[in-house]
Design a protein around this ligand. Structure first.
Ligand code: C2E
Ligand code: MG
Ligand code: MG
Length: 639
């Protein structure tokens, strides 16, 4: 094979060269995070690559030193020593960035840890004149000199410093980073020991490439930070870049732009068309925020990290919304999406970065309503609301674990039979710390975090147990209404699950009427599927809270629903004289052969008038507030 001049074994070094080249090129051609941690990693890769190639070339040239001018010999050897030293430092600096060691341990740590590298670099650069590290004798060639060991001492120092940084930050690091850094450092140490043991084999670069691969695969792969379909940085990139700005104390605002009706639009226009629209939105955003970093964090939410931090973030956010909307209006294709804008100021980013996921989710879910109220900024008040949601989330989790969520019942009166014939089951949560939590609050939290499925099951289980143990039919109860939130209907197994629970208790499904909220109905095909299955199992379906959303009535009448519950706001506004729509609604639903339930019946006058107007059922405080099961039974006995 190839005839090498020196006695060195290059097998390991040669094998690692193409791998390193590929990694460096791949890394450089991807868009990388503009943060120190990534720069340090790039420095490790480049220095290792230069070191490996210069090592092979210099070892060969050292055999025939007389064939080259002396300065070339010095240059090629220095080209090996310098990256050797820098690689040791860069790997340490990378680890220190991951551990945030420079920030935690202060300036002195950064300065102190620069000394060994600077010293070794100066010695190496001065070596042609001082013969500190090596010398090239015109007669005998290359020789190590007195200070040669400095380059190893410097590397040992950085290995030690890395272990120190990792230990100091042990608790702050996550398991992946902790294991990654310890593994890298150990492999590097092994590389040096092997090099010392097998002095004629060039193995260090091989060990370094293992280190690089560990880091690359575990945390520095550019693809981890990229949203391919949209072509923007993703949420992880956002967190890292924010973190970097915060550490450097460079103020930035995060402007969150959310497509409010993305799910509905997908349903109406198809996923492909919406994807094209999102690409267009990306282009527009790039136009408006050319100098800022833009991220796509999923579910129609974009974030622009803006260095433009004025004293009035509210104004910045409004200006942003106007500008962005103007850009979209001038698009060649109209975008059927509504966008909301929420600005997260630097002070809040700084405080909440550790729990940013929650804040982003909260901001996305609240931005529509907040924008309508004229609010475009996340404030301390928003944060305290978020804290309340977190507390409720914990309280609910606790209650679900201990099966402590209760069910109250509110009677439903039949105008035809002139007696109570049914009841609505309503969830109640009483927490030892937070006290009574209104269902509207904890249901919303449960819908967001997915606990609604378990909550729904537990409530239904309570109701079934109540129905069988108390034999409610004997007290004239013909049906029980159960609330279903649209989020529950997204669960494919909902209908099967509920039928299973009823079956276990020996209660027929025709005993139940499931109430579904109107405003969400056109959002999901899945809801229709679950509704059809529930109906097939014998249950009745009602449309809850009619009059609060803005659904298309013609569309609603096509649904397999035969009972509609008119929201108390419609009822109350009729009785207060604000709106006269109620009689027309009642007439329309009667013509469509639907049964009508009115909510919010609070007085005897309301009870009588609503019956005259043609309502089939009535529910409200006039009959009873929602009460615990036992009190409900007492009520039935006396009613
Ligand atoms: P909803 O289904 O429309 O329930 C009726 C709400 O109106 C109940 O509030 C009830 O206490 C209240 N209400 C009844 N009659 C009157 C009245 O005459 N005057 C006034 N001012 N209010 C009256 P609640 O119990 O606070 O429940 C609020 C909402 O929480 C419910 O509205 C329902 O959407 C949701 N919810 C409650 N329990 C559950 C549940 O188990 N599962 C699901 N998915 N949602 C539930
Ligand atoms: Mg209801
Ligand atoms: Mg209702």
């Amino acid at each position: 094979m190839f005839h090498w001049l020196s006695n060195y074994n290059y097998d390991f070094a040669l094998a690692s060269v193409p791998v390193q080249l590929l990694l460096v090129l791949f890394y450089c051609f991807r868009r990388n995070l503009p943060i120190r941690q990534s720069y340090c990693f790039l420095a490790v890769m480049i220095s290792n690559f230069v070191m490996t190639t210069a090592d092979i070339v210099s070892c060969e040239m050292n055999e025939v030193w007389n064939d080259f001018p002396l300065w070339v010999m010095y240059a090629i050897n220095i080209l090996y020593f310098l990256p050797f030293i820098i690689r040791g430092w860069a790997l340490f600096a990378y680890a220190a960035e991951v551990c945030r060691a420079f920030q935690r341990l202060g300036r002195w740590f950064r300065i102190l840890t620069l000394i060994p590298m600077s010293f070794a670099v100066i010695l190496t650069l001065s070596t042609p004149w001082t013969a500190a590290i090596f010398t090239i004798d015109p007669a005998t060639g290359y020789h190590n000199c007195a200070m040669y060991q400095t380059i190893y001492v410097s590397t040992y120092f950085y290995i030690g410093a890395t272990f120190f940084a990792v230990i100091v930050s042990w608790k702050r690091l996550n398991t992946r980073n902790r294991t990654g850094l310890v593994a890298c450092n150990t492999v590097l140490l092994l590389g040096i020991i092997f090099r010392k043991l097998f002095i004629n084999t060039l193995v260090t670069s091989y060990f370094s490439i293992i280190v690089i691969m560990i880091i690359y695969l575990s945390s520095e792969n550019p693809d981890l930070f990229y949203e391919r379909r949209i072509g923007l940085f993703n949420k992880y990139a956002f967190i890292r870049i924010c973190d970097d700005y915060i550490e450097k104390n460079i103020p930035v605002n995060a402007i969150m732009i959310s497509a409010h009706n993305l799910e509905t639009a997908k349903h109406l226009y198809g996923a492909n068309q919406i994807r094209r629209q999102m690409e267009l939105v990306t282009k527009r955003l790039m136009g408006v925020a050319a100098k800022s970093y833009i991220f796509y964090i999923g579910s129609g939410n974009f974030i622009v990290l803006s260095r433009e931090t004025s004293d009035a973030p509210e104004l910045t956010a409004r200006k942003w919304k106007r500008q962005f909307e103007r850009q979209l209006k001038t698009s060649e294709e109209p975008v059927p999406l509504t966008f909301t804008v929420m600005l997260i100021p630097f002070t809040i980013l700084k405080k909440e970065l550790e729990r940013i996921d929650d804040l982003l989710r909260f901001s996305a879910s609240k931005s529509y309503i907040e924008n309508q109220r004229g609010n475009f900024t996340i404030t301390e008040t928003t944060l305290s609301n978020l804290q309340r949601e977190r507390d409720i989330e914990t309280a609910l989790k606790r209650a679900l674990e201990q099966r402590r969520v209760e069910v109250y019942f509110q009677p439903i009166y039949s105008t035809e039979n002139k007696r109570v014939v049914g009841a609505e089951a309503l969830a109640r949560l009483n927490d030892e710390r937070l006290g009574f939590i209104p269902p509207n609050e904890f249901i919303r939290v449960a819908e967001h975090n997915g606990d609604i499925t378990e909550l729904g099951r537990q409530i239904f289980d309570h109701v079934c147990r109540f129905v069988t143990s108390e034999k409610v039919e004997k007290h004239g109860i013909e049906f029980i209404n159960i609330n279903l939130s649209p989020a529950q209907c997204l669960d494919e197994d909902l209908a099967a699950d509920l039928s299973g629970i009823a079956f276990n208790h020996g209660v027929p499904m025709k005993m139940f009427d499931f109430e579904i909220t109107e405003s969400f109905i056109d959002d999901h095909q899945a809801i229709l599927k679950q509704m059809t299955q529930l109906q097939a199992s014998g249950a009745e379906l009602s449309l809850d809270d009619f009059g609060t959303g803005n659904s298309n009535i013609a569309q609603l009448l096509k649904l397999p629903i035969h009972v509609v519950k008119l929201d108390m706001s419609v009822v109350h506004s009729y009785f207060s004289g604000e709106s006269r729509i109620l009689p027309d609604l009642i007439r329309m639903f009667r013509n469509a052969d639907m049964k009508i339930v009115v909510e919010g019946v609070e007085t005897e006058e309301m009870k009588i008038r609503l019956a005259e107007m043609g309502c089939d059922y009535e529910q409200g405080f006039f009959f009873s507030k929602p009460v615990p099961p036992q009190i409900f039974l007492d009520y039935l006995k006396t009613a």
